[in-house]
Design a protein around this ligand. Sequence first.
Ligand SMILES: NC(=O)c1ccc[n+]([C@@H]2O[C@H](COP(=O)([O-])OP(=O)(O)OC[C@H]3O[C@@H](n4cnc5c(N)ncnc54)[C@H](O)[C@@H]3O)[C@@H](O)[C@H]2O)c1
Length: 406
Amino acid sequence: MKILVTGGAGFIGSAVIRHIINNTQDSVVNLDKLTYAGNLENLLEVSDNPRYAFEQVDICNREELDRVLKQHQPNAVMHLAAESHVDRSIDGPAEFIQTNIVGTYTLLEATRSYWNNLSEKCKQAFRFHHISTDEVYGDLPHPDDDIDTVGRASARQASLKTDLQNEKLPLFTEQTAYEPSSPYSASKASSDHLVRAWLRTYGFPTLITNCSNNYGPYHFPEKLIPLVILNALEGKALPIYGKGDQIRDWLYVDDHAQALYLVATQGKIGETYNIGGHNEKQNIEVVETICEILDELRPLNNDAPSVGRANIEDVGRASARQDSLKADLQDLQSYKSLITYVTDRPGHDRRYAIDARKIEKELGWKPKETFETGLRKTVQWYLNNQQWCKNVQDGSYQRERLGVAK
Ligand SMILES: NC(=O)c1ccc[n+]([C@@H]2O[C@H](COP(=O)([O-])OP(=O)(O)OC[C@H]3O[C@@H](n4cnc5c(N)ncnc54)[C@H](O)[C@@H]3O)[C@@H](O)[C@H]2O)c1
């Protein structure tokens, strides 16, 4: 097969391409605009392979999409290109509407036109796999919620309340209604609707996957896990939004890449598959676990050249709480001392959790990593790849707080 992967220079797209080139005989065309989040360094281990090609193209550019499709003649498209950071979508939604909605529409139309001109046999075999997120479903009741306050917002919440009364915490299934909360998740929900409409209206062969939070190597350091690792290594504050009790279901990125390839090649046209890691964790637990792994792998009291007084001023600028931190830092025993609570994200979803039984039952996929093994691998990767971290932060982004613009 030849697979056109959009967004292949990003975090998940590059894991998908490394997986395909390293583990199959298929060829890949990576189509990516190379925004701040796209980095060809993520693909160094496969970029010399004759089965790999790169095209720097914006998915909103119809002419260029037509050219790439005609030139490379793919049998499948895996569509990952997107603006993907919720905080950025709060500061500037326009780019999210453009890429995630207009870009998906443009890609659907270009691919449909290409598909219409294929031979009947190639047409039958062709598939368009749209990669989406569990954030389109909105949020779920949290174990700490007051049962009486759940159920006021909507009919869906009311049915969730029944589950809660039966002492079951509900999960997102493929049937859960969409109720996105942020400009990011609303733009992804819109793109999912477009993809389903193209299937229903034009018979265009699509599949959709909705996945929980990914983590692992090559994750851009604006997202929680890499941000915490890198800030800790530099002795900077580890920001926790609100109380840090938001729950996410974490999936190691290579497990996701394997699931995506399986769906793209063996999934049933027209179906949706939810993908999750069965790892529900509160954000504060995630941050504390990273600190514990770092305390073990890079202990503060003997081998921490980049942590220490040089950065104390940096930590102590923001708040009174941080002023006291500044004092504590003089004899820091654990990275946990750097944890700092900051104002919550507006509209922050409380809990996500995926029911991944369908993909397990129908395609035999299960994640290989537990949260503990995956997180340890991730921390070790960031310790070993400090140069990558420096290279991807080009000066325009220095791990400052995003997503508080009104
Ligand atoms: N990261 C997660 O936890 C997660 C979870 C579920 C679903 N997803 C979805 O998976 C996909 C990939 O996520 P990610 O975390 O790898 O994102 P990312 O931000 O790391 O990468 C996005 C890639 O898309 C490219 N891109 C952006 N705009 C483009 C455009 N107009 N034309 C062509 N390329 C463009 C970027 O250059 C980058 O390489 C997204 O669709 C996202 O919604 C992500």
